[in-house]
Design a protein around this ligand. Sequence first.
Ligand SMILES: C[S@@+](CC[C@H](N)C(=O)[O-])C[C@H]1O[C@@H](n2cnc3c(N)ncnc32)[C@H](O)[C@@H]1O
Ligand SMILES: [Zn+2]
Length: 274
Amino acid sequence: MLADIVDALRCPVCAEPLAPRDRALACAAGHAFDVARQGYANLLPGGARPGTADTPEMVRARDAFLGAGHFAPLTGALAASVGDAARVLDAGAGTGHHLAAVLAAGRARAGIALDLSKHAARRAARAHPRIGAIVADLWRDLPVRDAAVDAVINVFAPRNAAEYRRVLAPGGALHTVTPSARHLGPLIPELGLLTVDERKEERTDETLGGHFLLASRTPVETTADLARDEIAALVGMGPSARHVPAGELARRIARLPDPFPVPLSFVLSVYRLR
Ligand SMILES: C[S@@+](CC[C@H](N)C(=O)[O-])C[C@H]1O[C@@H](n2cnc3c(N)ncnc32)[C@H](O)[C@@H]1O
Ligand SMILES: [Zn+2]
């Protein structure tokens, strides 16, 4: 619930603390942000555009695919990595699936699910009782107070190194998950999906390097036997959803054996503050 995290939030306009007021969160200067009926707060300053936010269809696909448990080894590795951090920010949380597992597994008191998509925030708000969900843009200053969280998790979502550093308390860590070059394997040529940049990890280190030191890097690999509708959901929740026309994608998926073994390959990296 928002009540679990409101003391970690700040006004996106003037950076002063926020407190609940009527059906909104407001600062002392009178900037007020609606709390939706579904329980999330929209902390986007006026005029912001949804841009790269996941669409309702992408959120639905993600919810269905994650709910079937195909990413369970990844979610488990992430929960173990975050451990007992008291308060966790999931930057680009999507449906809140991973953050809910982190809260369920450890002693974490509360989780902030931050996403630019209000469709994602709506689901994240009910993913776990101790999640507070907010709509915000990772490419702007985050509406989170300095040193307010003990861990930041960032799973296939934009990285704002300077802001992750600012919101982490001393001793805190950033846990990122990126796809490896082996992720989705033969599905990529079969379906004409976007390829993973071979230098992804190197580039991630470069982006974060000014603020963080790499502490550990762990591969997480499984193979999932996926039915055709699951493959459609997997593609529908990823970046290729915006690139391959739906009709053409459906034709290509229909040519695959059912089920089809799909390699899922991730890299879990932990960074400490410099
Ligand atoms: C590939 S999804 C990953 C979601 C979640 N971490 C997971 O693993 O299930 C990327 C997420 O980042 C969000 N996103 C994209 N651009 C963003 C931005 N500028 N600020 C905040 N969230 C953003 C999308 O709405 C989407 O939910
Ligand atoms: Zn304000």
